[in-house]
Design a protein around this ligand. Structure first.
Ligand code: URA
Length: 225
């Protein structure tokens, strides 16, 4: 008796997620590898309560690739000189509460003693505009590169406000790296056109937003996952 033909979906090892021609120059999307697509499938599944830690780790690793380095020579244990590099300047993380706090552990995994600040933005009940409710940032943040953390980029309202807060604290726009799990095309456009010198790194660009400003297909409310 012949065994049943397995039903597998053979994704290309690395395909395309978005048409890169439509992305602003300062937006970068992780390569849509099979690993990334399977991790995203797990966290999007309404039947699972799995965390997004591994994707966050991929984002942080990619973010670190965009920091400047300076030449550094070391002597190896066999007495040879090695001309390497070391990161130039200090970094810190800033999470947009509350969802962004879920990305702090991934940053700490890569950068053990990294300073992490927090920003809480909520909608003003009278003006319906995003309003700053709380900010705790490192005193010397203006001297640092900032990895801004928020997993879901929908309209971009909170993110834009958070970036304004960073710039008000003296952070240079070009020293901001915004790390994000799932983005809407609208959110990317809003953030990247308003702040053309920052860099946005996302794991995936979804189709758009529904009437409640949820990302679709998305993963629902990140806080519930
Ligand atoms: N925040 C979420 O948690 N989910 C969305 O889809 C959009 C914003």
């Amino acid at each position: 008796m012949s065994s049943p033909t397995p039903t597998t979906t053979c994704l290309p090892a690395s395909g395309t997620n978005v048409n890169k021609a439509h992305l602003p120059e300062n937006a970068l999307v992780l390569a849509p590898t099979r690993q990334l697509q399977s991790l995203l499938t797990i966290i999007r599944d309404e039947k699972t309560q799995r965390t997004s830690d591994r994707i966050i780790r991929l984002l942080v690793e990619e973010g670190l690739n965009h920091l400047p380095v300076v030449p550094k020579k070391v002597i190896t244990p066999v007495g040879q000189e090695y001309e390497g590099v070391s990161f130039q300047g200090r970094i810190c993380g800033v999470s947009i509460m509350r969802a962004g706090e879920a990305m702090e552990a991934g940053l700490r995994d890569c950068c053990r003693s990294v300073r992490i600040g927090k920003i809480l933005i909520q909608r003003d009940e009278e003006t319906f505009q995003p309003k700053l409710f709380y900010a705790k940032l490192p005193d010397d943040i203006s001297q640092r590169f900032v990895l801004l953390l928020d997993p879901m980029l929908a309209t971009g309202g909170s993110c834009l406000k958070a970036i304004e807060v960073l710039i008000d604290h003296g952070v240079q726009e070009e020293k901001i790296l915004f790390l994000n799990l799932i983005a809407s095309p609208e959110g990317i456009k809003n953030v990247c056109t308003r702040f053309p010198k920052l860099r946005l790194i996302t794991a995936w660009v979804d189709e758009g937003l529904d009437s409640n400003s949820y990302i679709v297909p998305g993963l629902g409310d990140f806080g519930d996952r």
